[in-house]
Ligand binder design. Structure first.
Ligand SMILES: CC(C)(COP(=O)(O)OP(=O)(O)OC[C@H]1O[C@@H](n2cnc3c(N)ncnc32)[C@H](O)[C@@H]1OP(=O)(O)O)[C@@H](O)C(=O)NCCC(=O)NCCS
Length: 137
């Protein structure tokens, strides 16, 4: 596996409520899943519960999925900034083996208690669970 390979972690089963009027996967559902996946990834990489989506680059839906298909989503951190984390995302269809979309840059920013960007201090990806933020409650 190449050093910058995407790790596909989450799988989704396409259900009737995820379809558009054309009977294929609704783009809005897919973007919600990607945003949630990226949020979890950012929390675990930055060690901070308070992360927000700042930017998503161009998205092209190159193929789709139908009811009953299984899709998988993957992310890879590509740059650690001072307060931000940039990731690449890919979604592919496990049934047709086709890529559904890629997003070259998804940027998350870690916030402090004042709601402003806060430095995270990290420069490298962790593959462990060593940055899980402490319980907030
Ligand atoms: C996130 C937010 C606090 C950042 O505020 P800001 O004034 O832009 O902050 P800064 O200018 O200090 O930038 C913070 C980081 O974002 C990066 N950034 C800012 N604008 C960017 C853009 N258009 N594209 C990519 N990165 C960007 C900066 O480079 C900086 O990263 P770095 O510290 O790693 O260098 C503010 O824009 C915000 O609250 N946005 C709404 C977020 C939101 O509600 N998201 C959807 C729901 S989760």
């Amino acid at each position: 596996m190449s050093v910058d390979a995407i790790t596909f972690r989450t799988r989704k089963w396409v259900r009737p409520e995820d379809l558009n009027a054309n009977g294929t996967l609704f783009g809005g559902s897919l973007l919600r899943w990607i945003d949630e996946e990226a949020t979890i990834y950012a929390i675990l990489q930055l060690g901070n519960h308070q992360v927000v989506t700042k930017y998503m680059s161009e998205i092209e839906f190159v193929s789709s999925a139908r009811q009953g298909d299984i899709i998988e989503m993957g992310l890879r951190a590509t740059a650690f900034g001072r307060t931000s984390l940039t990731m690449r995302a890919e979604v592919r269809n496990m049934i047709t083996h086709r890529s559904i979309l890629t997003v070259d840059r998804v940027v998350f920013v870690g916030l402090g208690d004042d709601g402003r960007p806060t430095p995270h201090g990290y420069t490298e990806i962790t593959f462990d669970r060593d940055r899980i933020p402490p319980q907030t409650a």
